[in-house]
Ligand binder design. Structure first.
Ligand code: SF4
Ligand code: SF4
Length: 227
């Protein structure tokens, strides 16, 4: 979820690259699970998150939605999946009884980043350290080690492309929405359905490289979007 706030209000004022050291390591959280609860619809999943979850758990996105692990929300006019915060305690459905993440190896990108966030500018992004979000004592760790994502360079390139693709879709949807005096139907609905189907619901072949597959889909999506 994008936030239009001043970086100095929410961070230590610095921007970090993947090779930088950052004070983010909370040493296994030590029994805390605060950022796995009460997060509303803010833990949005990108296609790589869904690929990792569906291939790792052997379930389709539709099954994960039916089992209440994931839900769909409209964010800035675009329908996207997010982790479902369930029950009275509004906790992530993947949080186990011991208060630990039951899918640690498969956890989504936003969970891997926290308490870091991404700051986009000039067609790329760097990381910032959110302050006031995690009370645990932190020590320094290399950003790439903290994020713990294989093929990080390729993942970074994909995240950038995905971010700017979503920006274009949001602009289109919001323009359509305003033009039709706030009715959500027609081209804006169609583009949302195409996005959902093409990047989230259509399964990725587990024997093929994810990034190659998503590149092909991005090219096809732009062809359809611009026609
Ligand atoms: S708030 Fe900090 S210490 Fe608590 S679970 Fe999240 S990252 Fe870990
Ligand atoms: S996926 Fe794991 S780390 Fe992420 S919110 Fe759920 S329980 Fe927490």
């Amino acid at each position: 979820m994008k936030r239009n706030v001043s970086l100095s209000e929410i961070s230590d004022g610095k921007l970090y690259g993947e090779n930088d050291m950052v004070r983010a390591d909370c040493h296994g959280c030590n029994g805390c699970s605060a950022c796995c609860r009460g997060m509303g619809a803010s833990i949005i999943l990108d296609p790589y998150d869904v690929f990792r979850l569906t291939s790792g758990l052997g379930k389709s996105l539709q099954e994960l939605i039916a089992e209440d692990y994931i839900e769909l929300h409209v964010v800035d006019g675009v329908i996207l999946p997010n982790l479902h915060m369930a029950g009275e305690r509004e906790q992530c459905a993947f949080l186990n009884r011991e208060g630990r993440c039951s899918i640690h190896e498969l956890r989504p990108g936003i969970c891997r980043l926290f308490p870091l966030g991404r700051y986009y500018e000039n067609g790329d992004f760097r990381y910032f350290l959110q302050v006031g979000e995690c009370d645990a004592p932190h020590s320094k760790i290399k950003v790439s080690k903290w994020i713990d994502t294989p093929n990080l360079q390729r993942n970074h390139a994909f995240v950038v492309k995905w971010h700017y693709l979503l920006n274009k879709v949001e602009e289109f949807v919001m323009a359509e929405f305003m033009e039709k005096h706030a009715t959500y139907e027609g081209a804006d609905k169609q583009i949302n359905m195409l996005l959902l189907q093409m990047f989230y619901l259509k399964p990725y072949a587990s024997e093929r490289d994810f990034y190659e597959q998503v590149e092909e889909r991005i090219a096809l999506f732009y062809q359809a979007f611009q026609s």
